[in-house]
Design a protein around this ligand. Structure first.
Ligand code: F0G
Length: 467
């Protein structure tokens, strides 16, 4: 027993536990060393996940001790413990603390909906604002783990050159470009593939600003994903999509943080999350499972996935039990506008093996998504359209009786309002193309007022009372 404790960290000291992490196939369960960059199983072609074969040694500590370790680490100023690697043993213990790349990701605030917004939603809830990550989306969590790993292998194996690449609806590319740009330029190149005209100008500006090579292709995200998968299969590249399980492991930090922010009490917890490529919902389920297995939490939460009626393959599967890719049509939740989510097989396994009746998928209209976003932002939030989708999904789940009024509800706002101002503007101008099916309600409209530079005129316009 004492020996098991040796490699575990016992305080806020730098973690010394390195685990025994391998790729494990979710289909045939073959295991592969992390030495090669793999994204699918070489023998059966299924997705890979990361498996720490020594995970059970972490059980040498009771849950209370882990809670204490993680709580005490929050007081540390060490960069390697400041971000998602605060949960080092659960994220990617292979990486040595000196190789952790920390750019300010994680530990995003849980902001309570005020009375007005809770009244509108018909239930109290909090928003986990993942737009407050360095590239303004939750993708930084997974990028911090994948790029820290890359940094570690570059040093360990003295790799002379790496090309990091991803396809994206805008946020993965922003995060990949940002984190790759932190690594030595001579060794690391960065390329992103985007569907032309289907990322917002703000999202497009991000990889450009980070110095990445930005390639625009015709079609939608799914088309770019196909190309990047072919490249990853046949060429020496480091794939940074969530097909790479090194990404998923970093995104698990969302769940660790939610549990910690709730004082590790996850009873009656409901987490509402938008679903696109299904990497995030996978990571969130896996994260809570880790905590449950180590008895850090006593209950698994209920997960509510939300999809737009314009991109809803996971919703359809949840209703019929049959999975088929769908043709997407334009959606304001554009970052989640994906017809054939890569991580779907992982979701299916997690539901079948662990979450069962603790997961629901709801579908919302484009109109509901916009109104969810605009209403939240009129009450002190800065949620993106996907955050609006989550909030609309919460209302739907409540309507259907899937969540209760006394549950503790956390809604994931996956990126920042400012990335999606175009959609806000289209709403204000009532100028959505018909395929979105969105019309403007006057009470949510807003526009600047042009006046002369004259205090009396401003006062008259505002109907101010004289002192
Ligand atoms: N919200 C935002 C802001 C996103 O950027 C994405 C996905 C999602 C939700 C959906 O998450 O894919 O894990 O189910 N964006 C990816 C990208 C696809 O390329 O940036 P998911």
């Amino acid at each position: 027993m004492a020996k098991k404790h040796d490699s575990l960290s016992d305080s806020i000291n730098l973690p010394s536990y390195r685990g025994d992490v391998v790729y494990s196939c979710i289909g045939c369960e073959s295991e592969y060393s992390l030495d090669d960059f793999l994204y699918t199983c070489p023998s059966c072609g299924s997705l890979l996940k990361l498996l720490d074969r020594s995970f059970d040694t972490l059980k040498a500590y009771p849950g209370s001790r882990w809670r204490d370790i993680f709580d005490r680490r929050r007081m540390s100023n060490h960069p390697s413990l400041s971000g998602i690697f605060l949960y080092h043993e659960l994220i990617l213990p292979t990486v040595e603390p000196e190789d952790v790349i920390y750019l300010g990701e994680g530990h995003t605030p849980l902001v309570q909906a005020n009375e007005d917004l809770a009244g509108w939603a018909r239930v109290p809830f909090s928003v986990k604002n993942d737009g407050l990550n360095p590239s303004a989306s939750f993708k930084d969590r997974g990028m911090a783990s994948a790029i820290s790993y890359l940094n570690y292998v570059i040093r360990k194996r003295d790799i002379p050159e790496v090309l990091g690449i991803c396809a994206s609806t805008g946020d993965t590319s922003a995060a990949a470009a940002l984190y790759l740009s932190y690594l030595p330029k001579g060794r690391v190149k960065s390329v992103v593939l985007l569907p032309r005209g289907k990322v917002t100008p703000q999202q497009l500006s991000q990889p450009l600003g980070s110095g990445s090579t930005v390639i625009e292709l015709p079609g939608v995200f799914d088309d770019c994903m196909e190309i990047v998968e072919e490249l990853a299969e046949n060429f020496e590249v480091f794939l940074l999509n969530s097909r790479n399980p090194l990404r998923i492991n970093g995104q698990k930090s969302f769940s660790y943080e939610v549990a910690q922010q709730l004082g590790w009490d996850t009873s009656n917890l409901v987490v509402v999350v938008p679903v696109g490529n299904a990497g995030n919902i996978t990571a969130i389920m896996e994260g809570f499972l880790d905590l449950y297995r180590l008895e850090i939490i006593d209950n698994l939460p209920t997960i509510v996935g939300v999809q737009s009626s314009h991109a809803d393959p996971v919703y359809r599967w949840s209703m019929t039990g049959k999975y088929n890719p769908v043709e997407v049509t334009p959606s304001v939740a554009q970052a989640a506008m994906i017809g054939d989510p890569v991580s779907f097989p992982k979701v299916k396994n997690l539901v079948e093996e662990h979450f069962g009746s603790r997961i629901f998928v709801v579908r919302v209209s484009e109109q509901e998504i916009m109104e969810g976003m605009l209403t939240a932002n009129r009450h002190g939030h800065v949620v993106c359209t996907q955050g609006g989708e989550s909030i609309a999904g919460l209302r739907k789940a409540l309507e259907k009786g899937l969540v209760g009024k006394t549950d503790t509800i956390v809604v994931d706002s996956t990126s920042h309002q400012l990335k999606f101002t175009e959609f806000q503007q289209m709403y204000f101008d009532d100028s959505f193309p018909p395929e979105y099916g969105i019309s403007t309600r006057d009470e949510l409209r807003n526009a600047p007022v042009a006046l002369r530079a004259d205090a009396r005129e401003v006062a008259r316009y505002l109907n101010l009372k004289k002192k």
